[in-house]
Design a protein. Structure first.
Length: 290
């Protein structure tokens, strides 16, 4: 797969899977990773790496392109490792990501001072984490067909004393043969509402909402097969409610990647158009799920 190329990942196989391993709170169990509500978190018992890992066992072979952790509390020094197994007993290892940073680069060197401790890494300061939607992801260097996936987390300095994880995403991917056309639009859906007081100044009071990231783009060079098997399949399978992990960057080292990677849903189901011979087009709009 290529960098700087729109990438959509679906479906999320976590919902059909069985979770096991580690040691997790009885009141905030590992099964919370299967909740579509990302605020429903699973919490580990302490920070021992033996307690903060978990396995995902799939009911049948699935093609995996990415594993992502949404709404986590991992510190900026945390690391993650993903291992794929061909068998449900986790004996036949087929792929290992090695230890990777849980937080991607967010700042470019142009935004930082030489004296800043994160000058080279670009990762946020610990106190800045609250300003960002926490999402960590690992894209495989090539697709793997697996029955079991192990996620290990190493975060010994977490000030919360436990690892908390919201939603886990485990899915396949689609990069259109031809990239999105120029004109792609990134933005925010800011749902803040206002009430106006009945005084002379008509004072406004804001009910502040968390902004949701959005992206809209057009795929103008699809053939009939890709249009039907991919563009329309995305609409049919995910509707307007199903999760879609979107990104333009696969590597977490590019500081632009974090701003253009999120788990969302389709905002609309636009028709597949056939404007001229052998070419189909489709417009796609995605809004972040929080």
């Amino acid at each position: 797969m290529s960098e700087r190329h729109v990438t959509m990942c679906w479906p999320n196989y976590i919902d059909e899977s069985t979770l096991s391993g580690g040691q997790w709170s009885a009141s905030l169990p590992l099964s919370q990773l299967m909740s579509a509500t990302t605020a429903d978190v699973a919490e580990s018992v302490g920070l021992d790496p033996a307690n903060t890992q978990f396995d995902i066992t799939l009911p049948r072979f699935r093609t995996i392109a990415v594993v992502a952790l949404n709404n986590h509390n991992l510190s900026v020094s945390a690391r993650c490792r993903v291992t794929m197994f061909r068998d449900t007993q986790a004996q036949n290892e087929i792929w290992n990501s090695g230890w990777q940073n849980a937080w991607p680069a967010i700042y470019s060197t142009a935004e930082l001072n030489w004296e800043d401790s994160n000058f080279w890494s670009g990762r946020p300061y610990e106190e800045d984490r609250k300003d960002f939607t926490p999402l960590g992801w690992v894209f495989l260097d090539r697709l793997q067909v697996a029955r079991r996936v192990r996620v290990e987390i190493d975060d010994p300095t977490n000030s919360d004393g436990a690892v908390r994880l919201g939603r886990c995403f485990l899915g396949n991917s689609w990069q259109p043969t031809y990239n999105a056309s120029y004109g792609i639009q990134y933005g925010y859906d800011i749902g803040t509402e206002f009430e106006t007081a009945g005084n002379a100044n008509m004072t406004e009071y804001a009910d502040v909402k968390t902004p949701k990231r959005t992206v809209s783009f057009s795929l103008d060079h699809l053939d009939a097969d890709e249009g039907a098997r991919r563009a329309l399949a995305l609409q049919r399978q995910q509707g307007l409610h199903g999760e879609v992990l979107y990104t333009e960057f696969l590597e977490i080292t590019n500081p632009v990647a974090f701003s253009r990677a999120f788990i969302g849903r389709l905002s609309s189901a636009d028709p597949l158009a056939h404007p001229y011979y052998a070419t189909y087009t489709n417009s796609i709009s995605i809004k972040e799920i929080l």
